[in-house]
Design a protein around this ligand. Structure first.
Ligand SMILES: Nc1nc2c(ncn2[C@@H]2O[C@H](COP(=O)(O)OP(=O)(O)O)[C@@H](O)[C@H]2O)c(=O)[nH]1
Ligand SMILES: [Mg+2]
Length: 209
């Protein structure tokens, strides 16, 4: 069982907790209690034939506190980056969140699924973020991560209706597996190289003797 730490990022009120609760099978509420610090929950899943356990971190309330933030991001291998389609400001703030994640997780660029949430409210609002905007942004993001062996995805969700919530997590899982496998390969290569070095050095010495 591989444990994968993932984080939910995005402005306050975009639906991070609602998405997590929906994924955990807890339905949907009109209000979620603000928890102190960061909350985390486990959910097991099978991604690309591998059993994995998502450790899902959900930053509650104080998104401004640096100390909480470092613990929150450290070791995370992926994120759901959520914005609210009825709040364009939450879309324009997404680069800030990505920057924070990639700076503080200790692993650099890790997979992200861009989640355009609250699509059940799109018809009710005049000023919304279009699917096109979300896709263009995600393509740009993927250009940054492709050299690392994985892509980023765009998905439209509603925590209220439940549409695409499962898919958001499984897309993220698939790209994390790609990312993790590649990292493992790299570290095996490095280990092999380190182990072979002493032998290479000692052989000429013995020959001389
Ligand atoms: N209509 C609608 N409301 C949502 C959706 N997701 C979350 N909400 C509501 O938006 C508010 C903020 O959600 P919350 O999960 O607490 O946001 P967070 O601060 O990002 O964790 C709550 O009142 C939720 O019920 C959604 O997909 N559709
Ligand atoms: Mg929350």
């Amino acid at each position: 069982m591989t444990v994968l730490k993932i984080v939910l990022i995005g402005d306050g009120g975009v639906g991070k907790t609602a998405i997590r609760e929906r994924y955990l099978g807890h339905g949907f509420k009109a209000q979620y209690l603000l928890t102190i610090g960061a909350d985390f929950a486990m959910q097991d899943s099978t991604i690309a034939g591998e059993s994995i356990r998502f450790q899902i971190w959900d930053l509650a309330g104080q998104q401004r506190f640096d100390a909480v933030r470092e613990v929150y991001y450290k070791g995370s291998v992926g994120a759901l980056l959520v914005y609210d389609v009825t709040r364009p400001d939450s879309y324009f703030n997404t680069p800030k969140w990505i920057n924070e994640l990639w700076t503080h997780n200790g692993r650099g660029r890790v997979p992200i699924v861009v989640v355009a949430n609250k699509i059940d409210m799109r018809e009710l609002s005049d000023d919304t973020v279009s699917p096109e905007q979300g896709r263009v942004f995600t393509e740009r993001l993927t250009n940054l991560t492709k050299p690392e062996g994985f892509t980023c995805n765009y998905i439209e969700t509603s925590a209220k209706t439940g549409v695409n919530i499962e898919s958001a997590f499984s897309l993220l899982g698939e790209n994390i597996i790609r990312f993790v496998n590649r990292q493992r390969k790299t570290s095996r290569r490095i280990t092999a190289r380190l182990q072979s070095r002493p032998t290479q050095r000692t052989i000429p010495k013995y020959r001389k003797a």
